[in-house]
Each structure stands twice: as C-alpha cells, then as structure tokens.
Design a protein around this ligand. Structure first.
Ligand SMILES: [Zn+2]
Length: 319
C-alpha cells in the first residue's frame, strides 16, 4: 500500500554545510540551532529510512526552527529562498519520492505572498508551512487576508505548525509541556482564529492543514459552539457555529492515540484526515505505517484514505 507523509521536516544541507564550516548563514550563528540526529541526513539517507518505515513520499518542510519571523524580513526572505530552492531540488532529483512545502517570511505579508508565488508557480511546491502566529499576532488579523486570498487563488496548501514557544511556555516550561500540550493548544487557537475571524467564509476554497490532528480542536468544538450561541462577540464574523467549519480543514493523523484519531475521523470526516509523522523529530510516530495498519477501530478503507488516497487527491498525486 502506498503512503504519503505530509509532516516530514528538513534541516537544509545549505545550513548544515555553512555552520559545520563555522560560517554564519543568513545571520544565524553556528551552533545556535538544535539539530536532531537524523536531521543532518542527506536525501539519500532519508530515502533509506523511508524505505525501512514503508513511507513512499515525503512532503518535505524546512523545520520550524527556520521561521525567524522576528528578524529582518529581507534577510529571512533570502534564507527562505535558499531553503525553498533546496526542497525544490529534492523534488527534481526524486520526483516520485519528494514533494515540498515552502518557507515564507510571514513578518512581511507582501514578501510572503511573493515567495509563496515563486515556490508554487515556479518551483512546483505544494504550499507553505507556517507558524500559528506571527510575532504574537493571530491569523484573524486583517493584515493577513491578502495572503489567504493569494494562497486560495494559487491552490496552495497552508500547513500550520508551531514554532518557537507555544502559549503554554508562559505557564510552565517543565516536563516538555510547551510541546506536548502547547502544540495542541496553539492549533486550537489557530482553528478558532480562522473560523471566528471569518477567514474561512471570505476564502471558501483556502486549503489549510492543521498539524498534530488539529490539537484540541475536536475535543473543544462543543464549547466553541456554545460560546457562539450565547455570546454576541463570538458571532461578529460568522453566521454558522464553529463546528460547521470543521470539514473546511485537513488534519494530520499525529495524535499518538487510537481513540483520539477515531474521534478526529468521526468529527471532521475521513476525507479530511491525512498521514503525517513528524519525521525526524523525537516526537514522531516511530513506525507510522505499521501503527495505522494495526489500529483495530479503523476500517481498511479508512486506513487507505489516511495513508495515501486523501493526499493523492489533495495534491494531485494519483498514479
Ligand atoms: Zn513537526
């Protein structure tokens, strides 16, 4: 059975080569970025690991450590261009094995649109991976609307994935909670920002994938609906309850829990759940294809939809 992984990161070789040689790279000092052991691997080493995992295609995203939305936009735009060219080269060298996401400099919306356009229309990347926030600002802010309109028009998939500190970091930095809880909190806030902010009504064809199964979105949707019913400020931008928008998003399967994945499928619909593993992070699913195939509460059709059929359709990868 085929498998296509929407959530697979890259530490760019251009960065590794520069910093291993002791050089600064677009303002990043050598040794200032934490690199997972497998992250230094070449595309060929990655392919060997994919083979052992039974994963056919990586939709490669340069890691969230390279967002740098708080730095000079021109410097970061040049950094992102170099990352995007490297991802593009992987898709050229191994067209059946790699597709790619762009990095775009979100601190400058015009520059972000320009880089997304270059990445999608010239480099053939499928969209962009972006943070849940930009220097504290959420995606219901009007300044981002031109980007959503542009992405919708390009057919670009926006993959939402936290970077830097999540909101939980302000409460506790212990026990890895900023990641294990924070990622899921941030994702629910992002869902709510898009929905309550009216972005999904303004851009009905905008394609968004929420990483980590959309975080706490599904578990919390009933309370969001209740808030919409009883509080006028929740209805400022939308005429329908938040739950009516659940199936406007895609969600990766990265829940680390069979019952949570079952709930995700039952809440958003099987056609919206796609395969994502978080390669090569320590928080990745260890044997992701085997895990999906082993789940007793999923039908064979559901497993096939998650592992490849939904992404084939979404990204035009039908064989
Ligand atoms: Zn990730």
């Amino acid at each position: 059975m085929r498998s296509i992984d929407i959530h697979a990161h890259l530490t760019p070789q251009c960065f590794i080569h520069a910093t291993q040689a002791g050089r600064e790279w677009h303002g990043i000092k050598p040794g200032s970025v934490r690199i997972a052991p497998r992250a230094v691997w070449t595309p060929e080493q990655r392919l060997a690991d994919m083979k052992s995992l039974g994963v056919d295609v990586h939709v490669v995203s340069t890691g969230s450590g390279f967002y740098y939305y708080d730095r000079d936009p021109q410097t970061v735009a040049a950094m992102h261009r170099e990352c995007n060219e490297e991802v593009h080269q992987m898709t050229v060298d191994y067209p059946d094995r790699f597709k790619g996401f762009a990095q775009i400099p979100m601190q400058d919306v015009k520059a972000a649109i320009a880089e997304l356009d270059h990445a999608v229309n010239r480099l053939g990347l499928v969209g962009a991976m972006i943070d849940d926030k930009v220097n504290g600002r959420t995606y219901d802010e009007p300044e981002f609307m031109p980007l959503w309109k542009a992405a919708e028009q390009m057919g670009a998939l926006m993959f939402i994935h936290q970077g830097g500190g999540t909101m939980v970091r302000q409460r506790s930095t212990r026990y890895h909670l900023p990641n294990t809880i924070g990622n899921l909190v941030d994702r629910a806030v992002t869902f709510a920002s898009f929905v309550f902010g009216g972005v999904m009504d303004a851009c009905p064809d905008l394609k968004i994938c929420l990483a980590h199964g959309g975080g706490y979105t599904c578990f919390g949707i009933g309370r969001m609906d209740r808030g919409w019913q009883v509080r006028s400020e929740a209805r400022v931008n939308i005429q329908r309850p938040p739950s009516a928008y659940l199936d406007k998003f895609y969600y990766d399967c990265l829940t680390h829990s069979e019952s949570a994945l079952r709930m995700l499928i039952d809440t958003v619909g099987i056609d919206k759940v796609i395969f994502g593993t978080d390669w090569p992070a320590d928080m990745a699913i260890d044997w992701p294809v085997s895990w999906i195939l082993s789940l007793k509460s999923l039908t064979q059709e559901e497993k096939e939809a998650i592992l490849y059929k939904n992404l084939e359709k979404l990204l035009g990868l039908e064989k």
